[in-house]
Write a protein that binds this ligand. Structure first.
Ligand SMILES: [Zn+2]
Length: 84
């Protein structure tokens, strides 16, 4: 996947306001957390998860659909992670 230049990485500014997935704060430099589904491409790719809470952006990597959630910072994301 080198034909697509990824210039915006985690922790870097996006140039626009992004809403935090957890607390709702707006930030220019969100922490982007990517959620990869637990199944792999060898399994039947059923489009089952359609009701994801707030899917800001879904990128296709191979046959896997990846959900990207933006958080205001790493600490906010860790708070979400610790609750689950
Ligand atoms: Zn937050």
């Amino acid at each position: 996947m080198k034909n697509k230049p990824f210039t915006k990485r985690n922790g870097h500014t996006t140039g626009k306001k992004v809403k935090c997935h957890h607390c709702g704060k707006f930030t220019y430099s969100p922490y982007r957390h990517t959620t990869v589904p637990p199944h792999n491409m060898y399994m039947d790719p059923k489009p089952y998860v359609k009701k994801a809470e707030k899917t800001n952006r879904v990128d296709l990597i191979g046959n896997l659909k990846v959900t990207v959630n933006n958080y205001c910072n790493v600490e906010c994301w860790q708070e979400v992670r610790s609750r689950k």
